[in-house]
Design a protein around this ligand. Structure first.
Ligand code: 13P
Ligand code: ZN
Ligand code: NA
Length: 281
């Protein structure tokens, strides 16, 4: 079924697991993500950034995901990842995305608060869930400029979540997009404090490259959505390389993209089990 992210993540928070959110760059990755979730009986969030939505065509991304979701025996959401444009978020909502991130984390606090609240108001009648971020996750996501990481202040997070009425909240606790240079250092005490003060499900960005133990610990402290992007891209690309290097004569995209699809599906199964969302659909 094709649904929003609110109900599935609230259930995850209540029951102590997380719903994995996977970034899909193309049809094969979307198929792999939904196939893995279907096999594992897991709710799943498929997400695209704006550059990826443009690469697909926004309407095409919705049409493909909705079609795959309607055939799937598990709840599937389509979420717009990291957008800082009110107009683009509204365009995605009208196109049929079921969930939206308005990322005003690079803006001054007051502007982030005001615009996030405006998005929540605007999409509430459509039944869509809004994710917001406060503080700054490190690393670089698609074409966005690499920001300086800054941890979230728990009191500010509480006020922000209450005043905006968001359905999902992404704190910055030391994670970064992409693979990590050196050991990642997460502030678990801060996460626990934020969970105590913020009542909506919490989102962990920058899932790629985190040791399994850290992800499990974060879920134990209230994370109910974990984002994975870079590891899926890497799995797709490695499988395509391997297939092409193994046979320089290969010209049929079904051959190498098909291998890529299998590799992404295997990775998604691993991440679903790590999040503990298998059998929770
Ligand atoms: P990674 O690329 O580190 O998995 O981060 C994904 C993410 O946070 C998408 O919003
Ligand atoms: Zn992110
Ligand atoms: Na990461």
């Amino acid at each position: 079924s094709f649904v929003s992210t609110g109900e599935m993540t609230r259930k995850a928070r209540r029951e102590g697991y997380a719903v994995p959110a996977f970034n899909a760059e193309n049809l094969e990755m979307a198929q792999a993500i939904i196939q893995a979730a279907s096999r594992e009986g897991s709710p799943v969030i498929l997400q695209t950034t704006l550059p990826t939505a443009r690469y697909w065509g926004m309407d095409e991304a919705v049409a493909v995901t909705a079609s795959l979701a309607q055939e799937a025996p598990v709840p599937v959401a389509l979420h717009l990842d990291h957008s800082n444009s009110f107009d683009e978020v509204m365009r995605a909502a009208r196109a049929g995305y079921t969930s939206l991130m308005f990322d005003g984390s690079a803006m001054p606090y007051e502007e982030n608060l005001r615009l996030t609240g405006r998005v929540v108001e605007a999409v509430r009648p459509m039944g869509l869930t809004v994710e917001a971020e406060l503080g700054r996750v490190g690393g670089k996501e698609d074409s966005a400029a690499a920001p300086k990481a800054a941890l979230t202040d728990p009191e500010e997070a509480r006020a922000f979540a209450e005043e905006t009425g968001v359905g999902l909240f992404a704190p910055a606790i030391g994670t970064a997009h992409g693979f990590y240079k050196g050991e990642p250092r997460l502030d678990f005490a801060l996460l626990g404090e934020i969970r105590r003060l913020v009542s909506v499900p919490l989102v962990l960005h920058g899932g790629s490259g985190l040791p399994d133990g850290m992800i499990r610990r974060a879920i134990g402290l209230g994370i109910a959505k974990v984002n994975f992007a870079t590891e899926l891209r890497a799995a797709m690309t490695a499988a395509v390389w391997e297939t092409m290097e193994g046979d320089r004569e290969v010209i049929d995209p079904k051959k190498y993209l098909g291998r890529g699809r299998e590799a992404v599906e295997r990775l998604c199964v691993e991440k679903i089990r790590l999040c503990g969302s298998n059998g929770r659909a």
